[in-house]
Design a binder for this molecule. Sequence first.
Ligand SMILES: *[C@@H]1O[C@H](CO)[C@@H](O)[C@H](O)[C@H]1NC(C)=O
Length: 261
Amino acid sequence: MLSVVFALLRASATLPFLTSSLTKNRIPNIQLSADDLKCPDKRRELSAFYFQTFNRTVFSDKLPPNLAVHWNKRLLTTAGRCLQATIGDQRVAFIHLSNKICDTTDRVRDTLLHEMCHAATWVLDGVQHTDHGKNFQFWAERAHRIHPDLPPINSFHTYIIRKQFNYRCTKCSNRVGRHTDSLDTKKNVCGLCGGRFQLMKESGDSKTSSRTTVHEPSARGDSFARYVRENIRRVKQRNKKLSIQGIMRKLSREFDKIHGR
Ligand SMILES: *[C@@H]1O[C@H](CO)[C@@H](O)[C@H](O)[C@H]1NC(C)=O
């Protein structure tokens, strides 16, 4: 009897140690539904959770508090981007995640980690570029070593944009896609011929409804930095109480508008 208790005690004394060392860097498998991810609070909570986790595991808690993550509904051609700029004498980075493309928990996690590697090359290494050079590779490899169970970080986000709802005009076969079933087929008629739309089945239409996305090209990152340089004084003067994140948010909204995003 005593030896059984002893054996149990020994097991429970060694097991926690074993499991904690094995699972230290394991990212919990969170499954939020597509509908959950449409809720701004829930997706912000999710991205904040992943952000804090990676800040600790990959970046040794070194990412500065002013590094903000922002969900961007206008970002349609890439899953994420990292804007880099200097404000005063501070290097700041600003991560955008696309609502439309980051529509699963895995995409949020992997896109965020990719963009955090870009942010680290700037705010930690002082290397400003948005390509996938030496510094980016350093962080990407480190992330992969620490989280071998996550997909390796590629240079490109190659995500298919899911357009779940496709409609076809019953008269001329003109097609339109929607992210939700928002098209009122009783009210809306085809812009080309005036015919009625009909909701199509998912299958067989993946070619017309999908698109591959690539990472933000470097030119845009650089021109955003220039935009910040040229406009920061004006925005600061008009918004004296705004934090750095607030100023960056304003600048990136303006920048998006100018570039037709
Ligand atoms: C990263 O973690 C450190 C330590 O907890 C914290 O001070 C810092 O603000 C975190 N960075 C961000 C951007 O949240």
